[in-house]
Ligand binder design. Sequence first.
Ligand code: PMV
Length: 324
Amino acid sequence: MIASASPNIAFIKYWGKRSSTAWHDRNIGLNPSLSLTLSQARTETEVRRRSAGPSAVFINQQPASEKDSQKVLTHVREICRELGLDPQSAFEIHSKNNFPQGTGIASSASAFVALTLATLGEVLGREQARSYLTVKNSELSRLARCGSGSAARSVAGPFMKWDGEFATPIASTWKLRDTILIFSREHKQVPSTEGHERVLSSPLYQERLAMRVRPRLAAVENAIAQRDLHLLGPLIEEEAEEMHRVSESGLPPVIYQKAETRQFIAALKAQTSRDFYFTLDAGPNLHVISERPVRGEMEALLHKLGITAEIWEDWTGEGPVLHS
Ligand code: PMV
């Protein structure tokens, strides 16, 4: 069975998770989060049962590393176990992204949703698997979350709120764009798994949890309900900067931004009036959120600052698709 899914960009970040031992308890955020599901970046994954031979995993047409294979196969086995099926069946799995790696586009979210849905399709059949896109969507979210936390929010769209075990959609007809400025494709020095742990040591973290995240999330929900970019924008910027501030004040600190990121943010903030706002994930690349295309303006500003960046343009999406 083949399934595809898109990444999401968080407006309120999942940063810091509960400790867990069991597979089904993995990756539960210490705070609720909220995101926009994208549409243009896609991961497409094929899962087929093998009648003979061991399991094999291919990512972007190459045999996956031992570590990645283990992650993928553990996920498939645990899904089988949850469904009461034989976890020892062998599978051949092919996964590919239409977007470049290491760009600040969260490939683990789209990857684990596509993998989860394709696995369900392969082991349960198309009709049953289709119900995970509708009545059982929160179950798809819960299963995908066990692979990667942010995947909980890539199971539908256009906006998703995740609190606890699974994420649920926020209905809206608001179309937003995410113009991603890729300053660097270098591999992250600190993977997000470690970032989630280290941030707990920041003296600012408890205050973020206790005082700031929930009111900000409620304000973001209100801005979405009102479709008001000038309400939403300052909130997502404040949230992204807070996420980076808590990371940078952890022990040891985690610094994701590059000089170009800071320089570009300063230039954006210096503009007296604008209708585009930024957010950042655990990396140096900037996501510019707007209602209209802004690529031209971003290119002009990059040019003015003497910074080079690749640009990926994306926009609102509705979630995963089960293909065949
Ligand atoms: O799903 P993970 O473990 O890669 O966590 C990613 C968390 C952020 O992307 C930094 C924020 C978020 O909410 O997506």
